[in-house]
Design a protein around this ligand. Structure first.
Ligand SMILES: *Cc1c(COP(=O)(O)O)cnc(C)c1O
Length: 405
């Protein structure tokens, strides 16, 4: 969504993690399980590219059907179409759990894959879903886009599926990145190559710039200002040259991903994630990331307690859950969304846009969730004053609502 075009203020704090000195601070708690430890791993440029590669590994092709949740990111669908397979959407319950009766009704002899998403980092009941797939000879693709860390029933997320995918940008201060993981199959056939020096430079500078913009790494920001200026000049020259040569197709220096849209670009299928992204994903302290996300989630939970017109989507934060965002179920989501956006509070409305060809009546619960859930940031890089500020904005926005009614 183009915020500037809507005349809204710039978000006052980062929606997703940004690099700071705190990013490097290790925690004293135990490292949470991560999809990176779930099996063989390939670091690609986005979660959707990882989905496409997983489908390819599973031999999905024309005539096959793939079961996808009705509550989804539209970026999950183009990889299925790229394989020339047919997406079939299944129902969830209002608590975001998979409706087993519904997938049983929808499975046909052509069904090859069940895609299961751990929404906001809260795991699905994987033992039952694994058994369901095994009984039918259907592949399980575990979508850990919201769950880079965690375990359920004593087993790490990412180990339940035949393949698992994750989206690095949702958990790390990186410009691009996705993971393809398998605990059950070899990934030797997935060979990747670098996307070139322009991409590598962009992946590095974009992270630093985002960080400076949010007032992090300020000293480094001052030192690097001339470098960024040079980069802008070079970039401007490159653009002019491209404009002068219309036959040269302008190609973006980075793949489409969560913050740029829902497109799927097959030319990124064989590209490795940038060096800087891989460095951060591999080496930032996972224990601290996990612990801070849980602490921030709990702080938001405290702030929301007792407020009128909204409640957490999940009643508790169980052990072993490392949330992506804090999903808030709202009675009047439209008004609250407008007010919070006006105040500069960054929000995610997951599945606000869904695959247009899906029958809107497929799943009441999914439609309700897409409409009523506003997800607040709880990532590791929020500062105490920023969390407090979110609480103040939320109370104000809700009291405006109470006055208006
Ligand atoms: C973001 C997301 C993806 C895709 O990840 P990208 O890195 O944006 O390609 C897949 N599934 C879900 C549930 C997501 O939210």
């Amino acid at each position: 969504m183009n915020i500037a075009a809507m005349n809204l203020p710039r978000p006052r704090l980062p929606l997703a993690p940004v690099l700071s000195r705190d990013s490097l601070r290790a925690g004293s708690v135990a490292r949470p399980p991560s999809v990176l430890d779930a099996g063989q791993v390939r670091l690609v440029t986005s979660g959707r590219i990882a989905i496409a590669l997983a489908l390819e590994r599973m031999g999905v092709g024309a005539g096959d059907e793939v079961l996808l949740p009705a509550y989804h990111s539209p970026s999950m669908v183009p990889p299925v179409l790229w394989r020339q397979a047919t997406p079939r959407f299944y129902r969830l319950r209002a608590d975001t759990s998979v409706d087993l009766d519904d997938i049983t009704r929808r499975a046909t002899p052509a069904t090859r894959v069940l895609v299961v998403t751990h929404y906001f980092g809260f795991p699905q009941a994987m033992a039952a879903l694994r058994a369901w797939c095994d009984a039918r000879g259907i592949f399980l693709l575990e979508d850990c886009a919201h769950a880079f860390f965690g375990a359920v029933d004593g087993r790490p997320l990412g180990t339940w599926g035949d393949y698992a995918i994750a989206s690095s940008m949702k958990f790390f201060p990186v410009h691009e990145g996705g993971c393809l993981v398998s605990a059950r199959h070899r990934l030797d056939g997935v060979t990747l190559r670098g996307a070139g020096p322009g991409f590598e430079a962009k992946a590095l500078l974009a992270v630093l710039e985002t960080s400076f913009r949010h007032g992090r790494l300020a000293l480094l920001g001052r030192l690097l200002r001339p470098v960024l200026r040079l980069r802008d000049l070079a970039w401007g020259a490159l653009k002019r040259r491209r404009a002068a040569a219309p036959q040269a197709q302008a190609q973006a220096l980075a793949p489409a991903s969560s913050d740029s849209g829902f497109e799927f670009e097959p030319r990124w299928l064989d590209k490795r994630s940038a060096w800087f992204s891989r460095l951060l994903v591999r080496s930032l302290p996972r224990a601290a990331i996990g612990a801070r996300r849980r602490r921030h989630y709990q702080a938001l939970e405290q702030m929301v307690r007792g407020l009128p017109g909204c409640r957490p989507l999940y009643p508790t934060l169980p052990e072993g859950v490392y949330p992506w965002q804090f999903p808030l179920l709202c009675d009047d989501p439209e008004a609250l969304f407008m007010r919070l956006q006006q105040a500069g509070v960054p929000l995610v409305r997951f599945a606000w846009q869904r695959w247009p060809a899906m029958d809107a009546g497929t799943c009441e619960a999914s439609s309700m969730l897409a409409r009523s859930v506003l997800a607040l940031p709880c990532h590791q890089e929020l500062r105490a004053d920023e969390l407090e500020w979110i609480g103040v904005q939320l109370r104000q926005a809700l009291s405006m609502g109470a006055e208006a009614s």
